[in-house]
Ligand binder design. Structure first.
Ligand code: HEC
Length: 121
């Protein structure tokens, strides 16, 4: 009886460790959405990645204070994402407070070029 208990508990602990180790972070989940043509109900057959391959061109987006896509202004990153959702992916704007928006935004933030260590001269 005791061995069964120990086995069960160890399996449980193992499962917990595995799920923690392999759980995708928000940026990774965002990346998956970014490359999913059906994200936000998109019907254009294009994912965000079709036009922004590997997020190219969006490296500065996380720090922008104002956006201008195709002649239209957007006040923040979430609006810019929804602008592309509606006008590029032919999908439906998603809730700016939704998990999906948070994931996409954290993916776009992850595209920021990493600061290089400054060497002293
Ligand atoms: C049909 C092509 C197309 C698709 C699909 C598309 N975009 Fe865009 N996106 C553009 C164009 C064109 C611009 C404006 C030019 C630029 O800044 O690169 C833009 C601009 C942006 C910007 C603002 C960039 C900046 O620095 O001002 C963001 C953020 C963005 N897109 C996110 C997304 C996301 C997220 C998706 C998927 C939901 C997506 N885009 C899908 C074409 C597209």
């Amino acid at each position: 009886m005791k061995t069964i208990k120990i086995t069960l508990v160890s399996l449980l602990v193992l499962g917990l460790i595995c799920s923690l180790a392999f759980a995708a972070g928000p940026a990774e989940k965002g990346k998956a959405l970014f490359n999913d043509a059906k994200f936000a109900g998109g019907t254009a057959g294009k994912s965000c990645g079709s036009c922004h391959p590997d997020g190219k061109g969006l490296e500065k987006a996380a720090d922008k204070k104002e956006f201008n896509i195709m002649g239209k202004k957007q006040a923040n990153l979430e609006e810019a994402v929804n602008f592309c959702v509606e006008n590029s992916n032919n999908g439906k704007a998603i809730d700016v407070k939704s998990e999906e928006m948070k994931d996409i935004v954290s993916y776009i933030k992850s595209l920021k070029p990493k600061k290089k260590a400054t060497g002293g001269y």
